[in-house]
Design a protein around this ligand. Structure first.
Ligand SMILES: NC(=O)c1ccc[n+]([C@@H]2O[C@H](COP(=O)([O-])OP(=O)(O)OC[C@H]3O[C@@H](n4cnc5c(N)ncnc54)[C@H](O)[C@@H]3O)[C@@H](O)[C@H]2O)c1
Length: 351
């Protein structure tokens, strides 16, 4: 499959790629460099044997920094990576965000691709060309939008994925159901996390469906000017609490979706029953729906969020299940609602 966004280049996507064939991909380039998550390397060391340039990087959110990018750049210089070399990130969203960023700035941009090894990365982070690193507590503060040249799916890597990482990835899958695909929402509702862990084929089909959903959105709005913003459902609060509470990305987004769906009830007449259905579905996929955090911390982090536009924030709300819209909310409105919604809820406590 090949998808082309409105901008400059095509992204080639290979489902059911066999990593053993990585040499064939390398043939078109002067050099192939693999940047591999340390846990992926640890579990799958033998598949990397014999490959010339493999850089293993400690995973985790704290790896997404400018300092880490510079360390990688020094290694690329040391092994003579040039403009016609291919950089491939093998790992979760942390690795793909980092590798996409490094490849976009090294020598003003070199070809790059991804082999996603977490569900979250396979359905979301690897797709769409948003690359970047964090600055302190501010997520993705420094980055680029630059589409990968290639995305390769080899599901064998998922064999070592911990249970909790499957749950983590399903937050973004549930998000797609909420914002644009009620059939997907109902399909998820009819199953559960364990079903997809036990049924690799069902999981692979689900991943492909998510890739189609996200790539269709990216194609229409690669630069995040309108439609693409709907993918941020749950992310405004999610990003604010992710680093603050040291939560997994999907877990933070899950809590963010609870808040955004409750806000949709008060601001957009979204059905309370459907808001409760979202909460039940998130719980069914073993995702958290509550957190302990001070509203003042959330507010100060939101004020630095990229989605803030002057004194207003583009908030993604639901009109109904499978239909979202971008609503500009003033900072004051958010402050009031945040206090009200969190105080009304027994599960989210705000001091
Ligand atoms: N660019 C985008 O559009 C986009 C979209 C969503 C999320 N993101 C970013 O993605 C990041 C989260 O990604 P993530 O949830 O994949 O986290 P991650 O990359 O930190 O991976 C999660 C954990 O799983 C381990 N791991 C990865 N693959 C494994 C495997 N096959 N077997 C065993 N362990 C494995 C990693 O070492 C890590 O400990 C966040 O930084 C988020 O901001 C980016």
């Amino acid at each position: 499959m090949i998808f082309k966004v409105k901008t400059d280049k095509q992204t080639k996507v290979v489902f059911n790629f066999n990593f053993k064939n990585i040499g064939k991909i390398a043939k078109n380039y002067n050099k192939l460099v693999l940047i591999v998550d340390h846990n992926v390397y640890r579990h799958h060391t033998s598949v990397f044997a014999g490959l010339e340039s493999v850089i293993v990087v400690e995973g985790g959110e704290n790896t997404k920094t400018l300092e880490q990018s510079q360390l990688i750049i020094n290694q690329l210089l040391a092994i003579g990576v040039d403009k016609n070399s291919l950089l491939i990130g093998v790992g979760g969203g942390v690795i793909t965000d980092l590798v996409g960023f490094v490849a976009s700035i090294y020598k003003r941009g070199i070809p790059f691709g991804f082999i996603p090894t977490t569900v979250l990365c396979a359905v979301d982070a690897a797709i769409g060309g948003k690359n970047g690193v964090n600055q302190g507590l501010i997520k993705n503060c420094i980055g680029t939008i630059n589409q990968p040249d290639i995305i390769l799916y080899d599901y064998l890597f998922f064999k070592s994925l911990p249970h909790v990482e499957f749950a983590n990835g399903f937050a973004e899958i549930i998000k797609y159901g909420c914002i644009c695909d009620v059939e997907l929402f109902n399909y998820l509702d009819a199953n559960n996390l364990q079903y997809f862990i036990n049924s690799p084929i069902a999981l692979q089909m689900l991943i492909q469906k998510c890739l189609l959903i996200k790539s269709a959105i990216i194609r229409k709005d690669p630069n995040d000017l309108a439609l693409r913003k709907t993918l941020n459902f749950g992310h405004t609060i999610g990003h604010a609490i992710e680093k603050n509470l040291d939560l997994k990305h999907g877990f933070a987004v899950s809590i963010g979706m609870i808040y955004a769906s409750q806000l949709s009830v008060s601001k957009r007449g979204f059905s309370k029953i459907d808001s409760n259905r979202i909460a039940s579905l998130l719980e069914k996929y073993e995702l958290p729906i509550s957190a302990q955090i001070k509203s003042s911390s959330v507010l100060s982090l939101i004020s630095n969020d990229k989605k803030k536009n002057g004194e207003e924030i583009d908030f993604i709300l639901l009109k109904k299940l499978g239909e979202s819209e971008i609503v500009k909310l003033s900072f004051d409105e958010i402050k009031q609602d945040l206090k009200k919604i969190f105080n009304e809820s027994n599960s989210i406590s705000v001091k």
